[in-house]
Every structure is written in structure tokens, then in C-alpha cells.
Ligand binder design. Structure first.
Ligand SMILES: C[S@@+](CC[C@H](N)C(=O)[O-])C[C@H]1O[C@@H](n2cnc3c(N)ncnc32)[C@H](O)[C@@H]1O
Length: 217
């Protein structure tokens, strides 16, 4: 990884993902959280302050030291203790069925092995657990999706591996989650911004009939 990706992108992400227009999606993603929460792609801690009172602890997974440092002031002001436990959502250093709920916001676009990361979340969730999510992804509108596919390579090169073409609800369902609550819409703004602005937020629960769960490595 070059200096752009390690030093500059975390600052861009902190600004671009910190815009107030995304606040309602973050609220939706955080609404069902309780107990011990695993948050993957923690970034600079933009969800701090939105964890409900039922959350007792957050264990964060974040590979970028720069993003983790950017989160320091937010962590210092947080009423919920936050500990960084790992660097890769695709390999969680957590026991099977050991956390109450999970959170992922604007990171399923970026995590390289996203299928393994979601499988890991499913593995570590206790029975009765759930995952709150808010993400951008593939638009159902053919003309927007065409632009997303055209721009995807450039987007990945410029923004730390961020994909425009991931179908978030489909990824969750393939990983063995049932999407129980889902709101989808474009971020308000000009039509030109739509390839970046198709948003999905909601809640997933482990599907009862799913047989693909892995055991801890
Ligand atoms: C666009 S940022 C989102 C940050 C934050 N969740 C938010 O809502 O603002 C994506 C984050 O995913 C992180 N990331 C990249 N690869 C990852 C991986 N393998 N496991 C966990 N997080 C990863 C990046 O370092 C970055 O902080």
C-alpha cells in the first residue's frame, strides 16, 4: 500500500463518511445494538455517540492505524468503552457465539474478502444476535449501475479498494443472514452523484436454515 492509501485516504474517508446526510443511516444501523458489539471497519469512529444505551462495550476491527488514531478524540469522549481487537474483518480473533450484536457501516464496500468477513460475523454472533448495517452499493437502476461498473476500477484505485458495485442485501443473504429491516434510497444530491449514493441500511439476523457456517479457524 502506498502513502496515498495509508496516509491520505483515512482523512478523506473521515470527512466524506462524516457528512450529516449519513446520520439517519447510522442511526438506523445502530438502533438494534445491545450488549457487546463487534464493529468491523471501525474507521475513525463515526458511530461513536450513536450506540444505544443498551450497548455495554464495542470491540473494534480496523486495519488502518491512521484511522484508529483519528478516532482517538471520539473514543476519549465515548460513554461506551471501545477496544481495538483486530485488523481484518475476515479473521476475527473472537470465539464462536461470543458477541451480542454486530455493526458495519460503509465498510462492506471496502473489505477485500467481504464474504469471509460476513461469515465471521455470523460465526461470532450469539443466538438471538443481529447485525446493523448502513452501506452504499449497487443501484437497481440499470443506467446508474452501468456507470457504477464503469467507475468501479478507478474508485478502487483512488479510495482504498472501495467498490461501487457490491449488492449489500445480496451479500448479507449469501452469508446466511435474513435482512429483516431494509431501507434503500439515494443520498439527496445531483443525479451525477448517484453511482456513489445508493444507500442500504437496516438489520440482519442469522438465517435459521443456513448450513454454511464455518467453525473458528
Ligand atoms: C469507508 S471506511 C468506513 C469507516 C467507518 N465504518 C464509517 O462508517 O465511517 C472503510 C473502513 O474499512 C476498513 N477496512 C479495510 N479493509 C478492512 C478489513 N479487511 N477488515 C476490516 N476493516 C477494513 C478501512 O480501513 C476503513 O477504515
Amino acid at each position: 500500500m502506498g502513502l496515498w492509501e495509508t496516509r491520505v485516504v483515512p482523512h478523506i474517508v473521515d470527512r466524506s463518511c462524516g457528512i450529516p446526510q449519513l446520520d439517519p443511516l447510522r442511526e438506523q444501523a445502530c438502533a438494534g445494538l445491545r450488549g457487546q458489539v463487534v464493529e468491523i471497519g471501525f474507521g475513525s469512529g463515526s458511530n461513536i455517540g450513536r450506540y444505544p444505551a443498551s450497548v455495554t462495550e464495542v470491540v473494534a476491527v480496523e486495519p488502518s492505524d491512521v484511522a484508529w488514531r483519528l478516532s482517538a478524540a471520539r473514543r476519549a469522549g465515548s460513554s461506551v468503552p471501545v477496544t481495538r481487537v483486530g485488523l481484518d474483518g475476515a479473521r476475527l480473533p473472537l470465539a464462536d457465539a461470543s458477541v451480542d450484536t454486530a455493526l458495519v457501516t460503509f465498510s462492506l464496500c471496502t473489505i477485500p474478502d467481504v464474504a469471509s468477513a460476513l461469515a465471521e460475523l455470523r460465526r461470532v454472533l450469539r443466538p438471538g444476535g443481529s447485525i446493523g448495517f448502513a452501506e452504499h452499493g449497487l443501484s437497481p437502476d440499470a443506467s446508474v449501475a452501468r456507470w457504477q461498473h464503469r467507475l468501479d476500477g478507478l474508485q478502487q484505485r483512488l479510495f482504498g479498494g472501495c467498490h461501487l458495485t457490491r449488492d449489500i442485501p445480496a451479500l448479507l443473504e449469501s452469508a446466511g443472514f435474513t435482512v429483516e429491516r431494509l431501507e434503500q434510497s439515494y443520498l439527496p444530491g445531483p443525479a451525477l452523484s448517484r453511482p456513489w449514493g445508493y444507500l442500504s441500511a437496516g438489520l440482519g439476523v442469522p438465517s435459521s436454515r443456513y448450513a454454511g457456517q464455518r467453525s473458528h479457524p
